[in-house]
Design a protein around this ligand. Structure first.
Ligand SMILES: N[C@@H](CCC(=O)N[C@@H](CS)C(=O)NCC(=O)O)C(=O)O
Length: 283
């Protein structure tokens, strides 16, 4: 349950309560919002507009030097990295448990894999959901980011991602390589789902949330989930029917329009996401 905010960035951090800095279309934020909804936890939201590059402003970089959402401020302490935040929320609000005892090592490995695919998801989103619009960042903006806070390995990887994007764009070969990584992961889930409702078996876990978010974004870009992984499609539809889940991930109408226009253009050139994967489905 989200509470209205009376606090704004740049002021002294709130000393109590659960504050989430997030963005509607951020997949990492979407995971947290679904988890908070399941747990019925009260939280105050602070929207950081990534499309307006608010995440590179000095106040936000002071909060998270990596310049990324989500950020959780819990009782005055700052936490970054969505998967670490999910684990923390599970401790603080244990019902329902999303990290079941006995599965935590496996969950940690699967979350690490999901995190490692994040730039691939972003690349495919930029091309197939946003239709190549607003993907590059100006040299001035990148300078503000680079100089605005200390650089660690994650921030360096962000800079490298955007530098590569500026150099090579969103070419077919790079996008196909990204898409193949998701195909490999979904192939494994297709096996895991044989006779089970959830990705780890009989119980809903954080892995279902994380991959629901990815599956939603990828299918919005035309990933042929139904054709390539029918059991995963069934699992996806069941998660989508869960109260509030789709609301947290749904694309704004303007983005749906952009994705539809991009699909038409790509179809004319034979380079839809499905076509890059060798599928004749139209996604
Ligand atoms: N590993 C980080 C990744 C965070 C991340 O990449 N966040 C994206 C939104 S999903 C972001 O803030 N992007 C900012 C940008 O691309 O400028 C996490 O899981 O929290």
């Amino acid at each position: 349950m989200q509470i209205a905010s009376e606090w704004s960035l740049g002021q002294k951090l709130p000393a109590s309560g659960l504050h989430l800095f997030h963005f509607g279309m951020s997949s990492c934020s979407q995971k947290l919002r679904i988890a908070l909804r399941l747990k019925g936890a009260p939280w105050t939201g602070h929207s950081i507009d990534l499309s307006a590059h608010e995440n590179y402003g000095p106040d936000f970089l002071a909060l998270n030097p990596r310049g990324m959402v989500p950020v959780l401020v819990l009782d005055g302490a700052v936490h970054i990295e969505s998967n670490d935040i999910l684990a923390l929320l599970d401790e603080r609000f244990p019902d329902p448990c999303l990290f079941p005892a006995g599965r935590r090592t496996e969950i940690a490995a699967l979350l690490a894999e999901e995190d490692a695919l994040h730039h691939d998801l972003r690349r495919l989103s930029f091309r197939f959901v946003h239709g190549r619009s607003a993907t590059t960042k100006s040299p001035e903006l990148m300078r503000a980011y680079r100089d605005g806070s200390a650089t660690d390995d994650k921030k360096a990887a962000e800079i490298a991602f955007y530098e590569r994007l500026a150099e090579t764009g969103l070419d077919d070969a790079t996008c196909r390589a990204s898409a193949e990584k998701f195909r490999a992961a979904f192939d494994r889930f297709e096996m895991r789902l044989a006779g089970h409702p959830f990705l780890l078996g009989e119980t809903l876990t954080v892995i279902d949330i994380a991959w629901f978010v990815y599956a939603y974004r990828l299918t919005a870009g035309g990933y042929p989930l139904k054709e390539l992984h029918p059991r995963v499609q069934g699992w996806f539809e069941a998660r989508r029917a869960m109260p509030g889940w789709e609301k947290e991930v749904a694309l704004p109408p303007v983005v749906v329009e952009r994705a539809t226009a991009a699909r038409k253009r790509d179809a004319a050139e034979g380079s839809t996401l499905a076509a890059l994967l060798g599928s004749t489905a139209d996604g």
